[in-house]
Design a protein around this ligand. Structure first.
Ligand SMILES: [Zn+2]
Length: 201
C-alpha cells in the first residue's frame, strides 16, 4: 500500500526536486499547501506559471528579463565601458547590494567544470566576446565565484580577453574562499570590488 495518495506523492516529488529541499521539507511544504486556503495555494501556482511565462533571458547580458532587455541593460545611466562578468543572475543581486558598481553585467549561466562536463562552449562566452567589440568595453571585471570552477573560468576568460587589449580585473581577495559570491556580506563584497586588481594572462 502506498504511503501517500497519488496526487500528494506527485506534489512531494516535485517539491523535492527544488534546490535545498530534502524529503522531509518536501513533505512539510506539501502538507502546508494542502492545509492552506485554496486561494493561497493558487496564488503560488499562478506566481510560478506567470513568472515562467513572462521571464526570459535578456538578449544582451543573459540575466533574467521581462521583455527583450533586463532592467540593467535598459538603464541608460549605467557605464557601458565597464562590464562585470558573473556566473548566475543571483550574483548580480549580491553585487547590486554593495552599490559599488555602476557598469553593466554579463551572465555566463554557469562556470567551467570538467567534472560536470561543462566547457566554455556551454557558457555565454561567445556572446561576451561579441559584446566587447560592439559596446566599447574598456574594463572587464571577472566576478566568478572564488572556488575551483570560478577560478578556472576566470583563467580561461583572462586568456581570451587580454589579447583584445582590455583591462581585465578580479575582485580583491578577502572573499570567502571556496564559497559563492552571494554568501559574501555587502561590505566585504563592496571592498573586493573597490580594491579589484589587474590580472595577467
Ligand atoms: Zn541585460
Amino acid at each position: 500500500m502506498a504511503v501517500y495518495e497519488a496526487a500528494v506523492q506527485t506534489l512531494i516529488d516535485e517539491l523535492g526536486r527544488l534546490p535545498g529541499v530534502g524529503p522531509k521539507s518536501a513533505q512539510r511544504i506539501a502538507y502546508y499547501l494542502l492545509r492552506s486556503a485554496p486561494e493561497d495555494a493558487n496564488r503560488l501556482a499562478l506566481a510560478i506559471t506567470d513568472a515562467k511565462a513572462r521571464i526570459t533571458w535578456c538578449r544582451r547580458c543573459y540575466n533574467f528579463a521581462e521583455g527583450e532587455l533586463c532592467a540593467y541593460c535598459r538603464d541608460e545611466r549605467r557605464d557601458p565601458s565597464l562590464l562585470c562578468v558573473v556566473e548566475e543572475p543571483r550574483d548580480i543581486v549580491a553585487i547590486e547590494r554593495t552599490h559599488e558598481f555602476r557598469g553593466r553585467y554579463h551572465v555566463l549561466q554557469g562556470a567551467i567544470s570538467p567534472m560536470e562536463g561543462i566547457g566554455p562552449d556551454q557558457l555565454r562566452i561567445k556572446e561576451l566576446l561579441r559584446r566587447i567589440g560592439e559596446e566599447g568595453v574598456s574594463e572587464v571585471i571577472v566576478a566568478t565565484n572564488p572556488n575551483t570552477e570560478g577560478e578556472a573560468t576566470a583563467l580561461y576568460l583572462t586568456r581570451q580577453l587580454k589579447p583584445l587589449g582590455l583591462r581585465v580585473t578580479r575582485p580583491a581577495s578577502g572573499l570567502p574562499v571556496g564559497g559563492d559570491l552571494e554568501y559574501a556580506d555587502e561590505i566585504t563584497l563592496g571592498r573586493a570590488f573597490e580594491g579589484r586588481r589587474d590580472v595577467d594572462a
